[in-house]
Design a protein around this ligand. Structure first.
Ligand SMILES: NC(=O)c1ccc[n+]([C@@H]2O[C@H](COP(=O)([O-])OP(=O)(O)OC[C@H]3O[C@@H](n4cnc5c(N)ncnc54)[C@H](OP(=O)(O)O)[C@@H]3O)[C@@H](O)[C@H]2O)c1
Length: 419
């Protein structure tokens, strides 16, 4: 079995990989955010990889603030270049497959045809330069069976990106200006995540291969914005402007379409168009992830609330999955493979999941001691339809009587207004 380390797992791509975890039961995923594993620290990474017997790394960590990087080049270089070199060295020493992600911004954008992997990069920004330095370092070290995937214009339901910015602006304004003279291809991070997991077992090469991956098709940021509003039926006037009318600290390529023939042929891929993928992404209910405090115990990393003040939502009502305050609701138990969700409290507890067709009720009992709602339910929650709802309960220490007492009399009721 592959023990796959995903670094930077709270970013767009990392979160999409997390969302796919249960479709790949033969992989043992270990998701780490920057606090659990700072990839700029060589010793920490080496130790973590050794302790967890990692066989493959998907490096989703990066310094992606393109404009900020112009004045923060040391940090951008540490993450996009030096940390990649570290990962490559450790991977090489231990025979680990390293999948690293790079960017279309390694090109200068002066081409008039899609860039192939053989085209000579010429980055115009600090971000692009540090990403290219990371690529080169990885190729120099040459870990076995490892690849670099350059992608472009990444977006997702998770994290910050152009799609989410447009949706936010669309709520605030009736008219917006968007750059129309930069052409590229949006890439749904969910598609890239799936592709990575599909090709992982097929990667076999003596030297680090570079591949290009984006969705199919071409558009400008202006076209992209118009498509977002059209799909969301938001009537926003979008005005095309030139890059010169919206100066940014970092210079961006005017043309950064990637030629994907190499990856398509090597792994027999069928890549969706950017329009189809955008529609698919926008149909998904926005995921929410609860940031629960993490506490280490003998079972691994537990997330729990230590007292009722820490619970960021009202346990006496049912929330729609879209609707949980505090932003995020993935949480619970991150012990090895299991992302068990949420723990019942005292007394008995009914958890109701309803996907619009059928209702599934789970009754949990204090005496069960197995206070965890298992993976299965979490998987169902991933597949929620837009009008589905879930009863979300908080987790709490299962062995601390004091905490339990806080919740002795709580009741879970359905929110009729929404249910
Ligand atoms: N976004 C795009 O449009 C785009 C386009 C082309 C290529 N790419 C490439 O695609 C890859 C994935 O991008 P993304 O959009 O998913 O990135 P993202 O959403 O910005 O996520 C990057 C993640 O890296 C983490 N990180 C920061 N410093 C770290 C450290 N020292 N150790 C470990 N993790 C650290 C961040 O965690 P914290 O939040 O905790 O700091 C963040 O969750 C990157 O390699 C990026 O360069 C992105």
């Amino acid at each position: 079995m592959h023990n796959i380390l995903v670094t930077g797992a709270n970013g767009q791509l990392g979160s999409e990989l997390r969302a796919l975890e249960f479709h790949y039961p033969s992989y043992n995923f270990i998701f780490t955010d920057s606090k659990q594993l700072d990839i700029t620290t060589y010793r920490a990474v080496e130790k973590y990889i050794e302790q967890n017997a990692i066989t493959a790394i998907i490096n989703c960590a990066a310094y992606t603030a393109v404009d900020k990087a112009e004045t923060d080049s040391t940090k951008a270089n540490a993450l996009n270049h030096l940390a990649v070199e570290n990962l490559a060295k450790i991977s090489k020493a231990r025979g680990i497959t390293l999948i690293h992600i790079s960017t279309d911004y390694v090109f200068d954008g002066t081409s008039d045809r899609p860039y192939t992997e053989e085209d000579v990069p010429n980055p115009q920004s600090v971000y692009g330069k540090t990403k290219l330095a990371g690529e080169k370092a990885m190729q120099r070290v040459n870990p076995p069976n490892s690849i670099i995937i350059r992608t472009s214009w990444l977006y997702s339901n998770y994290g910050t990106n152009f799609v989410k910015t447009m949706l936010r602006l669309g709520k605030e304004k009736n008219e917006i200006s968007v750059i129309a003279d930069q052409k590229g291809t949006p890439t749904y991070a969910g598609d890239l995540a799936k592709t990575i997991l599909e090709i992982l077992p097929k990667i076999k090469n003596d030297k680090v291969e570079v591949y290009h991956y984006s969705n199919e098709g071409v558009c400008s940021w202006y076209d992209f914005a118009k498509a977002i509003f059209a799909l969301k039926k938001m009537f926003i006037k979008v005005d095309p402007i030139k890059s010169t009318e919206f100066p940014t600290p970092a210079k961006r390529p005017h043309y950064s379409i990637l030629n994907k023939r190499k990856i398509i042929e090597a792994f027999q891929l069928k890549i969706p168009t950017w329009e189809d993928s955008l529609a698919r992404c926008l149909r998904k209910p926005e995921p929410k992830i609860l940031k629960l405090p993490k506490i280490l115990d003998i079972r691994g990393n537990l997330s729990w609330f230590e007292n009722s003040n820490q619970i960021p939502f009202d346990i006496k009502r049912t929330y729609f999955i879209n609707d949980v305050p505090g932003g995020e609701i993935r949480g619970g138990h991150a012990f090895r493979k299991s992302t068990e969700f949420i723990v019942a409290l005292s007394g008995s507890l009914d958890v109701v999941l309803n996907d619009g067709n059928k209702e599934i009720k789970y009754s949990l009992n204090r005496s069960d001691y197995g206070l965890y709602i298992p993976n299965l339910i979490w998987r169902k929650m991933e597949n929620f339809s837009a009008n589905a709802f879930a009863l979300i309960v908080s987790s709490i220490s299962y062995n601390t009587a004091d905490y339990i007492r806080d919740f002795e009399n709580f009741q879970i009721i359905r929110n009729e207004a929404k249910g």
